[in-house]
Ligand binder design. Structure first.
Ligand SMILES: Nc1ncnc2c1ncn2[C@@H]1O[C@H](COP(=O)(O)OP(=O)(O)OP(=O)(O)O)[C@@H](O)[C@H]1O
Ligand SMILES: [Mg+2]
Length: 309
């Protein structure tokens, strides 16, 4: 029988808030405006793999936004966005700094509720049901829609306890059950082989790339349906970035994934659909191949070619 979480434990929404705070306290690693891919790669038109991407056109819609608007006090940060996020796909959100990508992402698990002065209007439907209705249980919403941040934010505890943390808040676990969840989640995040002999080691002693995969494992442990990733690789080196990208491609078989990235090559390599934002407006949303090879809006074209930021 399920038992409630003990009263001295953090609730999952507090875990999320703590994670947010932790993220906000981190130093910014990249303040560059606009596309940053030229820093890491040779510039030039981005090549995408059409065959791989176009097979994914028919997956079910998991999340739908309808006339979604976000205000920070009187500032209109997201302007009437209609967008569909599909199962078994990676959806990339791109656009210059300050265009509203993180704000949009936070609407999808109601993390904007935690921000004073933030107001959301319009609808976000998950599996056809509004998540902004009064009946929505925020704890269960944030379990279903997990989030990974720009800076890896493991808790100051062992690798094992980081992964078991969320499930232990949901119910009392036997040792065997916890072992099974920890192994499954670490395997799912492609970290198991590297840490299986060191599960009691502090998570803070892992490398940045390992910490980011641990944070992904922590999300997977509570069996989410959607993964939100806000610039998950911007603090990582190219090889750690490559591992996370490979992992995303594996994970999309089971989840709907939304990634915010400033790296055009990353968007084109991993995503199936891409949305280009500018000043809070969703300028263009389409298959990734179309966005990068035949954008319909001049502003999208200028952005992906690095002509403005
Ligand atoms: N808590 C807040 N209070 C007031 N304004 C905010 C807040 N958070 C974001 N904004 C404003 O909303 C707009 C969108 O911000 P957001 O962080 O969503 O942009 P972004 O596209 O994620 O940018 P970046 O690429 O730099 O992360 C910006 O003008 C920002 O200044
Ligand atoms: Mg952001």
């Amino acid at each position: 029988m399920n038992s409630p979480a003990t009263s001295d434990a953090l609730k999952p929404e507090e875990v999320q808030s703590e994670a947010m705070e932790h993220e906000e306290n981190q130093p910014e690693t990249d303040q560059t405006e606009g596309p940053r891919y030229e820093e890491d790669f040779m510039s030039g038109p981005v090549q995408t793999s059409s065959a791989e991407h176009e097979q994914t056109a028919d997956h079910d819609v998991k999340i739908e936004t309808r006339d979604l608007n976000v205000f920070y006090d009187s500032f209109h940060a997201i302007k009437s966005v209609d967008m569909e996020i599909r199962n078994q796909e990676i959806t990339a959100l791109i656009g210059p700094s300050g265009c509203g990508k993180s704000t949009l992402l936070r609407c999808l698990n109601r993390m904007n509720d935690e921000i004073p002065g933030a107001r959301v209007e319009g609808e976000v439907l998950i599996d056809g049901k509004s998540i902004y209705s009064n009946e929505t249980d925020l704890v269960s919403l944030r379990r279903r829609v997990g989030q990974v941040f720009q800076q890896p934010n493991p808790f100051p505890m062992s690798i094992y306890d980081n992964v078991a943390y969320g499930p232990r808040l949901q119910r009392r676990l036997s040792r065997d059950e916890a072992d099974e969840i920890v192994e499954r989640s670490l395997r799912g995040a492609a970290l198991w082989d590297e840490v299986k002999d060191d599960l009691r080691k502090s998570a803070l002693d892992l490398s940045g790339g390992q910490q980011q995969r641990l944070c992904i494992a922590r999300c997977l442990a509570v069996e989410p349906e959607v993964l939100l990733m806000d610039e998950p690789c911007s603090a990582l080196d190219p090889s750690a970035t490559f591992r996370i990208e490979e992992l995303m491609l594996e994970l999309k078989e089971r989840y709907a994934i939304v990634i915010v990235t400033h790296n055009m090559y990353q968007a084109s390599r991993v995503s199936d659909r891409t949305g280009f934002f500018l000043l809070g407006e969703l300028v263009e949303f389409d298959m990734t191949t179309r966005i990068f090879e035949d954008p319909q809006d001049d502003r999208t074209d200028a952005y992906i070619r690095g002509r403005f930021g």
